[in-house]
Write a new protein. Structure first.
Length: 129
């Protein structure tokens, strides 16, 4: 995977989810998980995505440690819980944030990301499932 290709793209509001869909479809040939929310809040987006990922028909399973192309669900214990996501690749996590100046796409070391987020789940789907 060429991480730079994804770092140059522009994704819609709440860019972490569209980034994940793009990577999974492009790099793994997996059908995109499309999650729509009524209100469009971060909390609703997370809930919809987590339900599709963990209970949907897409075949993801929770794993104990990250592997390339695992989806990470991330959160902080001091806020709304799990509210962010990224893709693990080559020892780092590719993820996108919204900011006042627009979106920021990072390919961040897992260890530094785990300092920011106390809650983490790893989810993976084998390509041949």
């Amino acid at each position: 995977m060429n991480v730079a290709d994804y770092m140059e793209k522009v994704y819609p509001d709440k860019p972490c989810w569209p980034l994940i869909y793009d990577v999974l479809a492009t790099e793994r040939g997996l059908v995109s998980v499309v999650c729509k929310t009524v209100t469009g809040t971060v909390r609703d987006a997370v809930r919809a995505f987590a339900i599709e990922l963990t209970k949907g028909e897409h075949g993801f399973r929770q794993i104990d440690a990250p592997v390339d192309f695992a989806v990470l669900l991330l959160g902080r214990t001091t806020t709304i819980g799990i509210h962010h996501a990224g893709i693990y690749y080559d020892g780092k996590v590719l993820h996108a944030l919204s900011g006042e100046g627009g979106q920021i796409i990072l390919h961040q070391d897992l260890s530094s990301l785990l300092e920011e987020y106390q809650l983490v789940q790893y989810w993976f789907k084998d390509a041949d499932e």
